[in-house]
Unconditional design. Sequence first.
Length: 284
Amino acid sequence: MASRDQFQRFIFEDSQVRGAWVKLNDSYSEIGSQAPYPASVRRMLGESLVASVLMSSTLKFEGTLSLQAQGDGPLRTLMAECSHDRFIRGLARYDEHAVTEDSLNALLGEGRMAITISPDKGQRYQGVVPREEENLAGCLEEYFERSEQIPTSFFLFADENCSAGLMLQKLPGDTEQDSDLWDRLNHLASTVEAEELLTLDSETVLHRLFNEETVRLFDAEPVAFRCSCSRERTLGALESIGKEECYSILDEQGSIEMDCQFCHQHYRFDRNDIDHLFTGHTLH
């Protein structure tokens, strides 16, 4: 059966303008089921997941792109991550008694948002996302304009069961003709309705929006939820908190138990595990 979660690139022929489309159903539902998210938090998480997939399509290497936000508002933490091979994960932490707003800035309050690019090989890069716009799409557009100097437009939507989005991007080396096309495409794309992106396939959406342009749509790629946690990575996290702290927890609790925040996988480590971690062999 074909995946209900798909990503597709497209280009406008003979121009320096490209785009991407994504729709998430099963993966969004699976990630959303990890906690009893209020509707506004769930939608914000859905938009973030879509944005992470769209932005990851610009990566030229193997690795991950994550969108992270922390604030002092009802939505304390927001995180969405996509790998180069279209595996996604995400989470949100929130004050369930205070979630009454829908807009990004009202939910987050004062805080910080960043995009982190983590190559499998090489240095990690992090860029701060401006928080001057009221919605996530606007904030990301400002980020690309200021940090990357690449005009980029985002159209992000999510409801209870589905999240979807569209990205347009004008590449360096554009001509005056490309600039005219860019303005025209953005005017057309701004007319897209949430229901269209959330219910229609890519070909139908692109035809409705850009039927007077020559669009080349590339093959669809599946998107799926997959957590990158493992016992080895969890041991690495324990190593980072230090030998003294680990043995202190062992002395107090008898073992160290950790749950993955993304998939709730449970990991348990006894004294032999910690001995091996810090000495390379078992002492007990």
